[in-house]
Design a protein around this ligand. Structure first.
Ligand SMILES: NC(=O)c1ccc[n+]([C@@H]2O[C@H](COP(=O)([O-])OP(=O)(O)OC[C@H]3O[C@@H](n4cnc5c(N)ncnc54)[C@H](O)[C@@H]3O)[C@@H](O)[C@H]2O)c1
Length: 321
């Protein structure tokens, strides 16, 4: 398969690139390196030879359409995004430019390339708004009612996917992702609580928990998520599928388990809950099981141990580490 991955230098995108190359596919990456980095692709670049080409380019630019028409990908994985809810609140126009106009450029590129399919990284954490307790874990049949500009721009991209399928027979699969975690996640971003805890526990820095820590999230490991993207290249056409575990874990529970794994006696201080943060979240993955043949297989303890190990290794590789 000739694949193209937008956002391929990011946390999830680079893990997807590694998997696609390991399966023998040819991969083009489009990334402006705004939050991603070439370091995430160093292994891929070292081993891929001519199978990988990285194009430093902004998805908002018209050049994207020309490049895609030239490279003729069969499957387009669209992960490039402004992915920070707080940035979307502060700069909603910028958020819309990247997530809506950028998605349109990528769809136009897919059309020009006669691509078979677009696999899109949607946000399950924001798509359904603040749910009623009785609705958990959330199913795709719930109304879409995003409460942040980021949630709205990601939902708009879904609407365009549906329109392009109707108008241009461009197939899509949309994956509504839960809280993805794993090695390479930016510990300075807002979503990566596992990455933040790992960094702070390994380096002995104080930990802050926003709110009382009883808020819950559905943590799903990056390798499992990447497997869902690969499945989405051939299955789940025309659908949104939730990609989560269906299980809620509180931030306090996560912190206790990770501190025990790290072997440190850490305590966390609490700060007021940030506006717009959901109280509870979990995604029902039943449809992904039926349509993609997918379910997550990495349990949280195994996944957080891998993240702690990654951070330890990075510390010891760092100058003076
Ligand atoms: N991490 C999660 O828990 C999660 C949850 C739901 C959805 N998602 C979605 O998954 C995708 C990947 O997220 P991630 O966690 O790997 O984040 P990330 O920030 O590591 O990856 C995003 C990538 O897109 C690139 N990018 C950003 N703006 C761009 C632009 N204008 N042009 C070209 N490239 C651009 C960045 O440089 C980065 O490499 C995003 O679409 C995000 O919205 C992530």
């Amino acid at each position: 398969m000739r694949a193209l991955v937008t956002g391929g230098a990011g946390f999830i995108g680079s893990t997807l690139v590694d998997r696609l190359l390991a399966e023998g596919h040819t991969v083009d990456v489009i990334d402006d390196l705004s939050t991603g980095s070439l370091a995430n692709l160093s292994g891929a670049r070292a081993s891929a030879g001519g199978q990988l080409a990285v194009h430093q380019m902004d998805v908002r630019s018209a050049e994207v359409v020309e490049l895609m028409a030239r490279r003729q990908p069969e499957v387009v994985f669209h992960l490039a995004a402004q992915a920070d809810v707080r940035v979307s609140v502060a700069e909603p126009v910028f958020d819309a430019e990247v997530n809506i106009v950028g998605t349109l450029r990528v769809l136009e590129g897919a059309r020009a390339a006669h691509a078979e399919r677009v696999v899109f990284a949607a946000s399950g954490g924001t798509l359904y708004g603040e749910p009623e307790t009785s609705e958990l874990p959330l199913k795709e049949s719930l109304p879409q009612r995003p409460l942040s500009p980021y949630g709205v721009s990601k939902k708009s991209a879904l609407d365009y996917l549906v329109a392009y399928r109707e108008l241009h027979s461009l197939e899509f699969a949309a994956l509504a992702l839960a809280n993805v975690y794993g090695p390479r996640q930016d510990p300075h971003g807002e979503a990566g609580v596992v990455a933040i805890f790992a960094e702070r526990l390994v380096t002995g820095q104080p930990v802050t928990i926003f709110g009382d820590g009883e808020q819950t999230r559905d943590f799903v490991y990056v390798d499992d998520v990447v497997d869902a993207f690969v499945r989405g290249a051939t299955k789940g056409g025309g659908l949104v599928c939730n990609i989560g575990t269906g299980r809620e874990t509180s931030v306090n529970e996560l912190f206790r388990e990770m501190a025990a794994q790290a072997g440190v006696e850490a305590t966390a201080t609490n700060q007021p809950l940030r506006p717009g943060e959901l109280q509870r979240s979990a995604l029902d993955p039943t449809r992904a099981g039926i349509q993609l043949g997918w379910s997550s297989w990495t349990d949280l303890g195994t996944g957080t141990a891998a993240v702690l190990e990654f951070v330890r290794q990075r510390q010891s590789d760092a100058p003076g580490g």
